[in-house]
Write a protein that binds this ligand. Structure first.
Ligand SMILES: Cc1cc2nc3c(=O)[nH]c(=O)nc-3n(C[C@H](O)[C@H](O)[C@H](O)COP(=O)(O)OP(=O)(O)OC[C@H]3O[C@@H](n4cnc5c(N)ncnc54)[C@H](O)[C@@H]3O)c2cc1C
Length: 436
């Protein structure tokens, strides 16, 4: 097959989409970014991924890897390069129900995973949105609705099927290729293309799902009390908070998820949150986990959500940190601030066990701002939050740079990530552009 990309291998027939193709419009972009790649390859096997990488090597085209296309930096597309879109690799299967071992392909969305596992009484805590892809979360971290019960998604990855930049297929587990398994659990983007993961799921029936709205005082006392309550809470409780400006004041929209269907357990876990301040509305449900990442979340990506986003991890919610959060989310130029409780099972692994080293921080803070001046607004507001942060999560950065690497992969973790990226990808085929 002769094309503008040279002679394509027969196995890729019908799987290479160029700008003249009617499928191109639906494949060129991600959630945050409109792209103009020279071609999008849609592989249907690990062999096809290897063939796509060979095209990139022969043509010299820059590679972008995409699983669900929800990456905030838009690294799942590019202009003039080659996108490897894994969406056709989306199978989910239970390998062994007794040990809860599940095989999930990288192009599946988390709504599809939840849907497939629910009949087996299993779930994998991943993220808060059903359209996010398996590949980005399971190689980066995975701070999900049940993070304090389950830990991060990467904590439960037992094996990864990877196509290395030279086209070699490797199955990495703790016995075979432990270094590759280590780097794929938190810093996978620069080492290889994961085509599937073996993940230990959790037993899960219905969950408790409670929504509260609390007024946030300018000094941030409400936020301090929220952090205190969650820090002392049983592992069944995980919470996510969205701080939304209401003119000169701020409201905290709190979603509390309890990994139990027992009304008394749910009540006991959530009740202390009622005491954090002026709680003005509440709603409680017992629902299946699929209600949190529903298939209604599934949608095509066409660059619809341009956003400037950054994040930081807080060890303690000090009075100064709480005031900075309250200030950033109020006033004339507010940003959207989201808080995610950590702790519980997220603290269990040794910091050196995976490439996600942050095991003592208690809160993930994500700041976002939107066009027309998202970047400027975010930079101004984040300036007062940043001094309180102790590290960052690589997956919530829209414009990562060298400083992001140092915050996401501190100390010995960063040294090992750098060494392994160099070992598995000596020519920098997959290395993030901001790290080139
Ligand atoms: C609406 C929304 C909600 C979110 N909620 C959460 C949340 O609750 N918790 C959380 O932890 N994160 C969350 N995130 C952030 C999320 O973790 C990242 O955006 C993640 O990268 C998305 O994965 P994806 O496969 O959809 O990304 P893609 O855009 O497909 O990929 C982004 C990058 O990840 C790397 N990558 C992707 N797949 C692979 C692979 N198979 N092999 C190797 N590298 C790969 C590549 O560098 C790729 O360019 C959210 C993002 C959005 C937009």
């Amino acid at each position: 097959m002769n094309t503008s990309l040279g002679t394509l291998p027969g196995e890729l027939a019908g799987k290479v989409v160029t700008p003249g193709d009617r499928r191109y419009r639906m494949l060129r972009s991600t959630y945050t970014t409109v792209g103009s790649p020279a071609a999008v390859v849609v592989p249907e096997s690990a062999g096809d991924v290897g063939a796509a990488l060979r095209i990139a090597r022969e043509t010299g085209l820059r590679v972008a890897v995409r699983s669900g296309g929800h990456g905030l930096s838009g690294s799942g597309t590019n202009d003039g390069g080659l996108v490897i879109d894994l969406s056709a690799l989306h199978r989910v299967e239970v390998i062994d129900r007794a040990s809860r071992l599940v095989r999930v392909e990288a192009g599946a969305r988390w709504a599809q995973v939840a849907q497939a596992l629910a009949p087996h009484g299993l779930a994998i805590s991943s993220g808060d949105h059903g359209n996010v892809g398996v590949g980005g979360i399971a190689t980066g971290g995975g701070v999900g609705w049940l993070v304090r019960t389950y830990g991060l998604t990467v904590d439960h990855v037992r094996a990864v099927e990877v196509v290395l930049p030279d086209g070699t297929f490797v199955r990495a587990d703790a016995e075979a290729e432990p270094d590759l398994l280590w780097v794929m659990r938190g810093a996978g983007a620069g080492a290889g293309i994961a085509v599937a993961f073996e993940i230990e799921a959790m037993e899960l029936g219905d969950i408790g799902y409670v929504q509260l709205v609390a007024a946030v005082d300018p000094a941030g006392e409400t936020l301090r009390r929220w952090a205190e309550v969650v820090r002392e809470a049983p592992r069944e409780l995980s919470t996510a908070v969205m701080l939304a400006s209401r003119g000169t004041s701020t409201a905290a929209f709190i979603t509390a998820v309890v990994s139990s269907d027992s009304p008394s357990t749910i009540r006991e876990a959530v009740e202390p949150l009622l005491g954090i301040g002026d709680v003005t509305a509440q709603e409680a449900h017992v629902a299946p986990y699929t209600a949190l990442v529903p298939t209604q979340h599934l949608h095509a990506n066409n660059g619809q959500m341009a956003t400037a986003t950054t994040n930081g991890l807080l060890t303690d919610m000090t009075p100064d940190a709480a005031r900075a959060l309250a200030t950033a989310s109020a006033g004339p130029h507010p940003i959207l601030v989201q808080l995610r409780s950590l702790g519980g099972a997220a603290h269990d692994p040794d910091p050196s066990a995976t490439a996600f080293a942050h095991r003592h921080q208690n809160t993930l803070v994500v700041g976002s701002a939107f066009p027309p001046d998202g970047r400027g607004a975010l930079a101004t507001a984040w300036g007062s939050i940043d001094p309180h942060a102790d590290g960052a999560y690589v997956n919530f950065e829209s414009t990562p740079d060298e400083a992001t690497f140092a915050r996401a992969y501190p100390g010995a973790t960063g040294t090992r990530v750098t060494e392994l990226w160099q070992r598995y990808d000596p020519d920098g085929v997959l290395r993030p552009q901001w790290r080139a």
